[in-house]
Design a protein around this ligand. Structure first.
Ligand code: ZN
Ligand code: ZN
Length: 409
C-alpha cells in the first residue's frame, strides 16, 4: 500500500514535528515579514535532502520534487501570523511576541492564532514523506509555502514574483486549513463555494465644520454618516435574494473631537462578504449608490471617496478534483471524512491556481477534540490540539495528492 509506506515515518518523526511546530509557534511573524519562518522552512527542506527550493518574492518558498512522468500536484501552506497577542496559556505560547510592522514602524504583538504554523509543519512533513519514498509514486509534487494570507497580499506577491513562470503548471492545486469549527481529527470538504469573497472599503465623507451651537452653518458628517450606516442595513435585507448569503458590516466610524464642534469629515470602514461574484458586485454598487445619494441629500460639499483594500476572491472548489479528493478521504479516513459547510471567512488561496489557470480544491482540518467549545481561529485563545492534528494534516496532504500521484493505491 503506497500511501501507508509514504506515511510510515509518521511515528518516528512525531516528536521532531512537535518540536518544530512549537518552534514556529514561538516565532510568529507578520504578513509578508516572515523572514525567520521562511529561512527555517528552507533549512528544513535542504536538511532532508530536497534541493530544488526556490524563493519567490521575499518570503515565499517553493519546493519541487520531480519524480518521473505523471501529473503535477501543488499543495499550498500559508505561513504568516496575526497582529494580536496570544492568550492560550499553553506552555509553548508566544506570549509577549512582537515584531516591528514595516508599514507603520510600530512594535506590534504577533501570534499564530490562525494555525498557519500547523500548515507549515504539515506541508513540510508531507513533502519530506514524498521525498523519502520516491519509489511509491510518480509525477511532480510542488510545495508552496505562501506568505501574507492574513492581509490578502501574499498569493498576489508570489504571482507578481513570477511563480507561474518558475514552477511547473499544476494539474491540481490543493490547500488545507486547520479549523476550530470542525470535529478534531476530521477532514471536511465540499464542492462549490467554500470561503466567501471579502472586501474592506474605507469611505471618507465630507461635511462642513462649524460651531456646535450653529449647525445651520455647517454640514454635519456625523448625522450624514449615521444615516448611511442605517440605510446600508437595507442592502442585505431588501436587495439581496433570500437564498443568497451576504454580509455588510460597518466596523468603524470615526469623526470629531469635541462635543461642541461639528467636524468637517467622517471616515467609515466597511467589510463585505458574499458567496457569489455577482452578489459581491451588487453589494459594492449598492454601497456606493447609497453613500453618494445620502451625501447629496445632506448637501455634502465634496463627493465621498471610496478606497477598497484587503480584497479576497471567492474560494470555489472545482467539482472534479474535489470529487477525487473526497473519494480518497472517504477510503482512508472513513467516518472522519465529512462534509464541510461554507465558511464566511475568506482566503487568498485561489489567486495562484487562477494565475496558473488550473483547478483547485481546499479542505478543512479539524483541530480541536472539544470543537463545540473550542475558541475559533483568530481568537487570542485559539490553540489546536497538537495531536492528532499534526499527523492528520500530513496524512490529508498525502491522501489528497494520491489520486494523481499514486497508481496502485
Ligand atoms: Zn486567519
Ligand atoms: Zn488562516
Amino acid at each position: 500500500m503506497p500511501i501507508h509506506t509514504i506515511l510510515s515515518g509518521l511515528e518516528s518523526s512525531r516528536d521532531a514535528r512537535e518540536a518544530l511546530y512549537k518552534e514556529f509557534h514561538r516565532h510568529p511573524e507578520l504578513s509578508l515579514q516572515e523572514f525567520r519562518t521562511a529561512d527555517r522552512i528552507e533549512e528544513e527542506l535542504r536538511a532532508s535532502g530536497i534541493d530544488e527550493v526556490l524563493r519567490i518574492g521575499r518570503t515565499g518558498i517553493v519546493a519541487i520534487l520531480r519524480n518521473g512522468d505523471g501529473p503535477v500536484v501543488a499543495m499550498r501552506g500559508d505561513i504568516d501570523a496575526l497582529p494580536m497577542a496570544e492568550r492560550s496559556g499553553r506552555d509553548y505560547a508566544a506570549e509577549g511576541a512582537t515584531q516591528v510592522d514595516e508599514a507603520t514602524g510600530k512594535e506590534t504583538p504577533v501570534a499564530h492564532t490562525c494555525g498557519h504554523d500547523m500548515h507549515i509543519v504539515c506541508l513540510l512533513g508531507a513533502t519530506q514523506a514524498f521525498h523519502a519514498h520516491r519509489g511509491e509514486w510518480s509525477g511532480t509534487f510542488v510545495a508552496v509555502f505562501q506568505p501574507g494570507e492574513e492581509n490578502a497580499a501574499g498569493a498576489r506577491a508570489m504571482v507578481q514574483a513570477g511563480i507561474v513562470d518558475k514552477v511547473p503548471r499544476p494539474d491540481v492545486y490543493l490547500g488545507q486549513h486547520v479549523l476550530g469549527s470542525l470535529p478534531g481529527g476530521a477532514v471536511g470538504i465540499r464542492s462549490g463555494p467554500l470561503f466567501s469573497a471579502a472586501a474592506s472599503i474605507e469611505i471618507t465623507l465630507h461635511g462642513k465644520g462649524s460651531h456646535g451651537s450653529m449647525p445651520n452653518l455647517g454640514v454635519d458628517p456625523i448625522v450624514l454618516g449615521s444615516a448611511i450606516v442605517t440605510r446600508l442595513q437595507a442592502i442585505v435585507a431588501r436587495e439581496v435574494a433570500p437564498r443568497e448569503t451576504a454580509v455588510v458590516t460597518v466596523g468603524s466610524f470615526h469623526s470629531g473631537t469635541k462635543s461642541n464642534i461639528i467636524p468637517d469629515s467622517a471616515v467609515l470602514q466597511l467589510n463585505t462578504r458574499a458567496f457569489d461574484k455577482g452578489v459581491e458586485k451588487h453589494l459594492h454598487e449598492a454601497i456606493e449608490r447609497i453613500v453618494r445619494a445620502e451625501c447629496e441629500a445632506a448637501r455634502s460639499p465634496k463627493p465621498p471617496e471610496f478606497r477598497y483594500y484587503d480584497q479576497y476572491p471567492l474560494t470555489e472548489n472545482h467539482d472534479e478534483p474535489t470529487a477525487r479528493v473526497r473519494a480518497a478521504f472517504d477510503a482512508y479516513f472513513g467516518e472522519d471524512s465529512v462534509d464541510m459547510a461554507p465558511v464566511p471567512a475568506s482566503e487568498d488561496f485561489s489567486v495562484i491556481p487562477d494565475a496558473f489557470g488550473c483547478p483547485y480544491t481546499y479542505w478543512g482540518l479539524g483541530g480541536c477534540a472539544d470543537w463545540k467549545n473550542a475558541p475559533g481561529n483568530h481568537s487570542p485563545f485559539f490553540a489546536p490540539d497538537i495531536h492528532p492534528t499534526l499527523d492528520r494534516g500530513v496524512e490529508a496532504i498525502v491522501v489528497a495528492a494520491s489520486p494523481w500521484l499514486i497508481k496502485d493505491k
